[in-house]
Design a binder for this molecule. Structure first.
Ligand code: ADP
Length: 414
């Protein structure tokens, strides 16, 4: 059924891409090329794992033998955000279904449409009623009802750190359901002097401005070694100025509108804050046009880790650019954050890449690339970016219980 659902998603790719573009201001072409095919791949990956969930045989003492069973955890509540409505839906639903769980998915109130479409396709794929359920609604009502529900056995959440705390508290106060939380980030990208400047500029720019900066792993803190700093700044500013901001259905456009008014206003207020804090605005900073929630790709320099714009997740197209001298300094500054979701390094020096990747406290380190996601690669946070892993076979464990079955080998005093 999961395989069939993947086929149906591919057959309807244009329609679904249009729903996510209309709802979230996401680029139609990227939804069509990346997000929607990625959902089909995720379903097939976990469908392939569904009949390979094994327990272990236990080597026990005292005349006992035993084995473990891995059983579905039960009913899963999935509370997801608006920036990647399709990716998030299947990142949670596919491993949960493969593990044998049923789900109640609550999409973000800003982006409810594709989730409803997926519920419809699930029916066509033959998934029985009651297995994959979609409940739309607001966070404080529908989301809170899921986290506090006595009959929900596990909650998987992606969203803000603030809401993650509330969900964990509600889970603790109700039935102590386990939660997994993928929260915010303020991810560092370290670019060393030996980097190819064009390639580094491409990676850094895409890492930050992909999906208009509404991406939890955004490379929002870019540290550049002093030898190439000036040249790299120039390239990044050129790229920002060349970005076409506009209608997400226009194939010439690189950046669509922010998802809603609240987000749009929040980003602009962070930009004003950055200026007041004394950061230098290199480019951008303004609303594009008179209508819609369009914001120029924005780059600040002369920033440090004490400034709000470098500390807090802005979740919009705003980059903080900083200069460093030594690797040790870069590692220290990269780790100077309460978050630990993602990170990146650009260098040709293997020793530097190895040392930095083992020193950064983050769930992923991308070397000479960024946002290089794959369904086989576990993904999640250190520190206040949360815990638990989505994607990869590790994600299956979030939806499984371990049961030990024990019996004496012979008649025994047990
Ligand atoms: P963002 O800041 O990215 O909008 P949020 O953390 O506010 O992310 O929202 C992510 C998801 O959490 C959404 O589906 C939202 O409805 C839900 N949510 C918001 N508040 C609560 C809450 N108190 N309890 C449960 N879910 C919530």
């Amino acid at each position: 059924m999961m395989m069939k659902l993947a086929d149906l998603i591919e057959e309807n790719v244009e329609e679904i891409a249009a729903l996510d573009a209309v709802n979230g201001g996401k680029l139609f072409t990227l939804c069509k090329a990346i997000d929607i095919p990625g959902a089909a791949r995720t379903l097939r990956y976990y469908a392939g794992a569904a009949d390979k969930i094994h327990g272990t045989v236990l080597k026990m003492s005292k005349g006992l033998q035993g084995y473990t069973l891995r059983e579905p955890i039960g009913v899963v509540g999935s509370i997801i955000p608006w920036n990647f409505p399709t990716t998030m839906f299947f990142m949670k639903a596919a491993p949960a279904l493969a593990a044998g769980c049923t789900l109640v998915v609550k999409p973000a109130e800003q982006t409810p449409l594709s989730a409803l479409y997926y519920a419809h396709l699930a029916k066509l794929a033959g998934i029985p009623d009651g297995v994959l359920n979609v409940v739309n609604g607001f966070g404080e009502t529908a989301g809170a009802a899921i986290s506090a529900h006595m009959d929900i056995d596990k909650v998987t959440f992606t969203g803000s750190t603030e809401v993650g705390r509330k969900i964990m508290a509600a889970a603790a106060a109700s039935n102590l359901k386990p939660v997994s939380l993928e929260l915010g980030g303020k991810s560092p990208l370290l670019i060393f002097d030996d980097a190819d400047i064009d390639q580094a500029a491409d990676i850094a720019f895409r890492g930050m401005f992909y999906n208009k900066g509404e991406i939890c792993v955004a490379s929002s803190r870019v540290y550049v070694q002093e030898g190439i700093y000036e040249k790299l700044v120039k390239k990044l500013v050129e790229k920002a100025k060349a970005t076409v901001v506009g209608d997400p259905f226009d194939p010439q456009v690189n950046q669509g509108p922010q998802t809603d008014k609240k987000q749009f206003e929040k980003i602009l207020s962070y930009i004003e804050h950055g200026k007041r804090e004394g950061a230098t605005l290199l480019t951008g900073g303004k609303h594009v046009g008179q209508k819609g929630y369009y914001i120029e790709p924005t780059i600040f320099t002369d920033v440090n880790e004490d400034m709000i714009i470098t500390k807090e997740e802005i979740f919009g197209p705003v980059m903080s650019l900083m200069k460093f001298k030594t690797m040790e300094e870069a590692i220290k500054r990269a780790n100077n954050t309460t978050y630990g979701l993602a990170s990146g390094i650009i260098t040709k020096n293997l020793n530097v890449a190895n040392t930095v990747s083992r020193s950064i406290r983050a769930g992923v380190v991308w070397i000479n690339c960024y946002t290089a996601f794959d369904v086989d690669c576990p993904y999640g946070g250190y520190k206040m970016s949360g815990f638990g892993r989505d994607f990869g076979l590790d994600a299956l464990n979030q939806y499984l219980q371990i049961k030990s079955v024990v019996t004496p080998i012979h008649d025994s005093p047990w």
